[in-house]
Ligand binder design. Structure first.
Ligand code: SAH
Length: 348
C-alpha cells in the first residue's frame, strides 16, 4: 500500500511541490485535529482528504500511566487493511523534563532474543512509515490534551516492539519525514538494533540514510554467551560488528556522534569479571563507543537481574578501563512499559 504522501500526490496530481510539503508539515501541527482544520487548503481538497485518506493510522485502545507519572504506555490499534492488530508505544519523562518517546517499528519481532517479551510474539508484519510517524503524532495530540504535564517531545528512540533495521525502508522514511517536518535534530533520534549486518552495511553507503544515532544491542562480547542469549548471532558476528563499527565511526563519528552498545545485565550469564574484561577489550578495539548497561526487566523465570550493587561494580570496572559507561534508568515497569516488556495479543 502507498504511504500517505504518495496517496496525497495521487489524489491531487499536478500540484506544485510546495503544496504537498505544506500538507505534510501541517500534519505535524498539533492544532490540526482533522483534515478540515487545514484552512489554507481549498474546501474541496479538505473534503477529498477527509473521505479518502485516514488522518491517523494508529488509534488509541488504552493508555496507562505509571505510579510516578513519568511513563505512559499506549496500546494502539493499527489496521492497514489486512488485519487489525495492536502495538505499544511509550512516553517517558527525561532528565530535561521533556519527553522521550519509544516507538515500535514492527508488530512483534522475529529476532527472538531470549530475554525479551516481544521476541516471544514472533513477527506479524512491518509497520508502515505512517504508522511509525503517527506514534509520534499520537503522543503530540495526547500531550495537548494533558496541558498540566510538560509538552515537548525532545527525543525518539526506536526501542519499542520490533527490530527497526529489519524494516529498513519504512524506518528510514519515517525518520526522514520527522526530520523534515519537525524541529527535532539528528542527534535526538536513536535507532536501536540487534545488529542486522546487511542493513548496518547499507547505512554506510546509503545517501538517504539520516545521520541519527545508533545503539547496538551487544549484550555480550563473548561469542558463546552472545550466541546463547541472542539467537540471531552467527559465527563471525563480533568480528563483523567490530569492522562495521570502525567504518561507521570513521564516516559518522565525532564527539557528538558516538556509537552506543546496549548491554542487558543478566545475573551470572553475562555479568562476570571475565565478561567485563571482554567487553572493555572489545570496545577499546573499536573507538568512540559508549556502553549503556540496562537492568534486566523481568519477563519470565529464565533470567534473573544483576543486583544494583554488582551492576555498579561492573560499570566501575569498565570506567576504570577507559570505557564510558552509563546505567539506564528503568521506567514504567509497573505498567509493563520497560525495555523488553512490550507484548500485545493479536488475532491471527
Ligand atoms: N530490536 C531492537 C530494539 C529492542 S528494545 C534491539 O534489539 O536493539 C531496546 C533494548 O531493550 C534492546 O537493547 C533490547 O535488547 C533490550 N531488552 C529486551 N528485553 C529486555 C528486558 N527484558 N530487560 C531489559 N532490556 C531488554
Amino acid at each position: 500500500m502507498q504511504n500517505r504522501e504518495a496517496q496525497i500526490k495521487d489524489l491531487f496530481p499536478n500540484q506544485p511541490d510546495y503544496r504537498y510539503k505544506q500538507i505534510i508539515t501541517q500534519l505535524f501541527q498539533v492544532d490540526n485535529k482533522t483534515w478540515n482544520d487545514f484552512t489554507n487548503l481549498p474546501l474541496e481538497m479538505r473534503d477529498e482528504l477527509t473521505h479518502k485518506i485516514p488522518f491517523f493510522t494508529v488509534h488509541e485502545d488504552l493508555v496507562q500511566v505509571s505510579q510516578r507519572k513519568d511513563t505512559y504506555k499506549a496500546k494502539l490499534k493499527v489496521d492497514n487493511g489486512e488485519s487489525p492488530a495492536f502495538i505499544e508505544s511509550v512516553l517517558m519523562l527525561n532528565p530535561r523534563n521533556q519527553w522521550t518517546i519509544c516507538v515500535s517499528s514492527q508488530i512483534g519481532c522475529a529476532m527472538a532474543c531470549s530475554f525479551c517479551a516481544t521476541g516471544k510474539m514472533g513477527l506479524s508484519r512491518n509497520l508502515t512509515d505512517d504508522e511509525i510517524i503517527d506514534q509520534f503524532r499520537f503522543w503530540q495530540h495526547f500531550l495537548i490534551k494533558n496541558p498540566e504535564i510538560p509538552q515537548r517531545i525532545s527525543n525518539i528512540v526506536f526501542m519499542g516492539m520490533g527490530e527497526p533495521l529489519a524494516n529498513y525502508n519504512n524506518v528510514k522514511s519515517a525518520i526522514n519525514s520527522i526530520l523534515t517536518h519537525t524541529d527535532l535534530g539528528h542527534t535526538k533520534i536513536t535507532v536501536s538494533t540487534v545488529g542486522v549486518i546487511p542493513s548496518l552495511k547499507r547505512i554506510l553507503t546509503d545517501p538517504e540514510w539520516p545521520d541519527v544515532r545508533i545503539a547496538l544491542s551487544l549484550h555480550s562480547a563473548d561469542k558463546q554467551t552472545r550466541e546463547d542469549i541472542v539467537p540471531t548471532s552467527f559465527k563471525t558476528f563480533l568480528e563483523d560488528i567490530r569492522e562495521w563499527a570502525r567504518e561507521y565511526l570513521q564516516k559518522f563519528g565525532n564527539r557528538k556522534h558516538h556509537l552506543t552498545f546496549e548491554y542487558v545485565m543478566l545475573k551470572t550469564v553475562n555479568d562476570t569479571r571475565e565478561h567485563a574484561t571482554k567487553l572493555a577489550n572489545f570496545v577499546k578495539s573499536i573507538g568512540n563507543v559508549k556502553v549503556n548497561l540496562i537492568p534486566y526487566n523481568f519477563i519470565g523465570m529464565e533470567f534473573q537481574s544483576t543486583t544494583p550493587a554488582h551492576m555498579t561494580k561492573f560499570k566501575d570496572y569498565l570506567t576504570d578501563h577507559g570505557v564510558t559507561t552509563t546505567i539506564r534508568k528503568t521506567m514504567g515497569e509497573d505498567i509493563d512499559a520497560a525495555c523488553g516488556q512490550l507484548i500485545t495479543k493479536n488475532k491471527s
